[in-house]
Design a binder for this molecule. Structure first.
Ligand SMILES: [Zn+2]
Length: 382
């Protein structure tokens, strides 16, 4: 199954940028979704195995079929087990083409993309659509601008979007029901030992595969900001006071996905990657790498100390959408996520909202949150 569209470029940044909240509607030949099983343990392994199965037959060395199929050489060529385009892969660093990267590197990159797709589109049946025609194309499908019967890039493809999705989901069901997502163990091992390592390769991001569950846990229009598996380790933390003004700090290791609690539009981005305690005597930005999302009521939702953030001002964000990876940038004494909620310019306490979301599955409107009582010391302006 090597009918790969050349529209996979800029996959992740395209996935998270400019999303609008359009009801999830798939018509025609869409098979029933497997959404309910997205949270099952190991599902992201099964998803990765399905992509490998469909795209390259599990061949991490795959570099030839795109050329044989007549793709122009250069940025449009897909290679590797997941058929990343040159142009997409180039942004990841370290290897000229995906097929030159060890299997573990290709796997880590693909897993990150899959989690992002699930956080953005919600259900597993969107993974093949995004993989086939890119995130922008998937949004056009959702908006009804492109039909599932359309064949993208017909010079190189013969299968429709819906046809690809149906075959992909068939393979996914087969792999899931067989209970063995590892279809290419021997080839994987051979790749790791025989492929050259390139200097300067980016360290692989650690992503909790079970985080797709938290991304889907949207209640009352709000979502928890971290994977539930991380919050489970210390739920009391959701009620812990902040140091000296209403907000909350939640421990999270570097690379943990962070989800928007509430929908809105990106109104501010900070991009200070250093740590103010260890890297520099002068702190460039207390928030480090961070983002402000303003909702239609004018409430601003603030997230700080990220390690990676690819959004831009003006992007529309849905609740539960992955917005960044947590980190230790800015005024941060250890890896954690800072969350602030500013109603009418006044800091309010996130603790009652987060505790309610976690324990009862019910949200609390931001304007009903207290503006004091959640700090270790008397509130001061920040
Ligand atoms: Zn804080």
């Amino acid at each position: 199954m090597h009918k790969v569209a050349a529209a996979l470029a800029a996959l992740v940044t395209a996935v998270v940028a400019g999303l609008v909240a359009i009801p999830l509607v798939i018509g025609g030949d869409s098979p029933p979704t497997a959404a309910a099983s997205v949270c099952a343990t190991g599902d992201s392994d099964a998803i990765l195995a399905t992509i490998r199965d469909r795209e390259s037959g599990g061949d991490y060395h795959e570099a030839s079929h795109a050329r044989a199929a007549g793709y122009p050489t250069g940025s449009g060529n897909p290679t590797g087990a997941y058929q990343f385009l040159y142009a997409t892969w180039a942004g990841y660093g370290g290897y000229r083409e995906a097929y030159l990267a060890p299997a573990a590197v290709q796997d880590a990159r693909a897993r990150h993309d899959v989690i992002t797709i699930l956080a953005t589109f919600g259900t597993v049946d969107w993974v093949p659509i995004v993989w086939y025609i890119g995130a922008g194309g998937a949004r056009d499908v959702r908006a009804g601008k492109i039909g599932l019967d359309d064949v993208p890039n017909p010079a190189y493809n013969t299968i429709s979007i819906g046809g690809y999705q149906a075959r992909w989901l068939d393979a996914y069901q087969r792999i899931t029901s067989s209970g063995d997502p590892t279809t290419t163990t021997t080839a994987d091992a051979a790749n790791v030992t025989t492929l050259p390592t390139a200097p300067g390769v980016a360290t692989t991001t650690t992503i909790d595969a079970t985080s797709t569950c938290a991304a889907a846990a949207i209640v009352d229009g709000d979502a928890l900001p971290l994977p539930r598996t991380i919050l489970d380790a210390n739920p009391e933390r959701l009620a812990a006071p902040h140091h000296d003004y209403p907000a909350i700090d939640l421990p999270a290791s570097v690379g943990t996905p962070v989800y928007a609690i509430h929908a809105g539009v990106v109104t501010h981005i900070t991009s200070y990657h250093d740590n103010c305690y260890t890297d520099t005597a002068t702190c460039g930005d207390l928030c480090g790498v961070g983002i402000s999302i303003t909702d239609p009521d004018g409430t601003t939702w603030i997230y700080c100390h990220a390690s990676q953030l690819d959004l831009t001002v003006g992007a529309a964000i849905t609740a539960g959408q992955q917005i960044m990876l947590s980190g230790n940038s800015g005024h941060s004494s250890g890896p954690h996520l800072h969350v602030g909620i500013r109603v009418g310019g006044v800091d309010h306490c996130p603790q009652p909202l987060l505790t309610a979301l976690y324990k009862t599955g019910r949200a609390v409107p931001a304007n009903e949150l207290p503006a004091s009582g959640c700090t270790y010391t008397a509130a001061t302006s920040s």
